[in-house]
Design a binder for this molecule. Structure first.
Ligand code: AKG
Length: 308
């Protein structure tokens, strides 16, 4: 079931969310997922009870906010013994931040079909990636059921939700997300809990759930024995909207994984992270030399050409 892109664009604009089915080809997801097991235990190892696999998961998070050693209450999250629809600290275990020690996963983070969809839906080519991480869940880690909520933690001011201002939040599915393994429950714009009937955002791997900040949604529990769910958070905003943000990339931009990734990027791809494009007054011939020196193998021709 693949989605007509124009229909999906319209759905995001009018109902506030959509699942773009099969946006990224399955073979490309599967190739990248091979490299996921450096970051997360394979579900069969985790569910076999292997202490090493369990310890791997418990320490997999590279988002320090969610380290298990920190108290849930320090985050405004509930303790594990809270029952029912609650935000619990362990729901957020298994957040691995971009850039990853995996070139294929890094490339997937800015897959051309994902970027193209965001540009069409948001109505601009000049967009920025501002949330980039992988989230793994396994049946039994905790009760993943959350209350319905709108994401208010992507901006420091109230949301302006209209063309030119709106941002796009999204989950690119790295595993099949279906009943039993926690497809997000979501309401269309204008509907609010309680009372409205939520829809399930189920989809195969390669599908991209996109939603706006004005839609109510929630995580649900994983109930399938031996189940797991992996997705990549990919969120975009318009350029120059500094009030919106989530992840920052500069702090890792002198490490190997970023360097290899950056060297593989076109100017348009680096611009997703805020790098000045060829022709920008920032660039001088010396700086293009320094760019080549910093990112060995980068195709610097567009920057050099633009200096002529
Ligand atoms: O994991 C999910 O399905 C949704 C998570 C979510 O909405 C959140 O943590 O804010």
């Amino acid at each position: 079931m693949s989605t007509d892109i124009e229909v999906a664009v319209e759905e995001w604009r009018t109902q506030g969310w959509t699942v773009v089915h099969d946006l990224v080809p399955t073979e490309e997801i599967d190739a990248a997922v091979e490299e996921l097991w450096g970051h997360f235990p394979h579900p069969s190892d985790y569910h076999s009870g292997d202490p090493k696999a369990i310890a791997h998961f418990e320490t997999a998070s590279t988002d320090e906010r969610y380290q298990p050693s920190r108290q849930g209450s320090a985050h405004g999250l509930n303790e594990e013994d809270a029952v029912g629809s609650e935000f619990r600290l362990r729901q957020f275990l298994g957040h691995v931040l971009f850039p990853y020690d995996s070139h294929l996963l890094n490339r997937l983070q800015i897959h051309p079909r994902v970027v193209d969809f965001a540009q069409r839906a948001m109505g601009s080519e000049d967009i920025r990636l501002y949330q980039a991480r992988i989230w793994g869940k396994y049946t039994g880690v905790t009760d993943y059921e959350q209350p319905f909520h709108q994401d208010r933690n992507h901006t420091i001011v109230p949301d302006r939700i209209e063309p030119g201002w709106w941002n796009m939040l999204g989950f690119l599915y790295l595993s099949d997300v279906e009943d039993g393994v926690g497809p997000t429950e979501i309401l269309s714009v204008g509907d609010s809990p309680p009372g409205a009937q939520p829809q399930s955002a189920a989809g195969r791997r390669g599908s991209y759930l996109v939603y706006r900040t004005d839609v109510w949604h929630r995580g649900v529990n994983l109930t399938r024995e031996g189940g797991s769910r992996f997705l990549m958070n990919i969120a975009f905003k318009h350029a120059h909207q500094e009030w919106i943000g989530f992840d920052s990339f500069q702090q890792n931009a002198n490490r190997g994984p970023w360097s290899k990734f950056a060297a593989s990027c076109t100017p348009e791809e680096l611009a997703l992270f805020g790098a000045p494009k060829p022709g920008h007054p920032f660039w001088t011939s010396e700086l293009v030399d320094a760019l080549e020196d910093r990112y060995h193998g980068i195709d610097s021709a567009p920057w050099r050409e633009a200096l002529k």
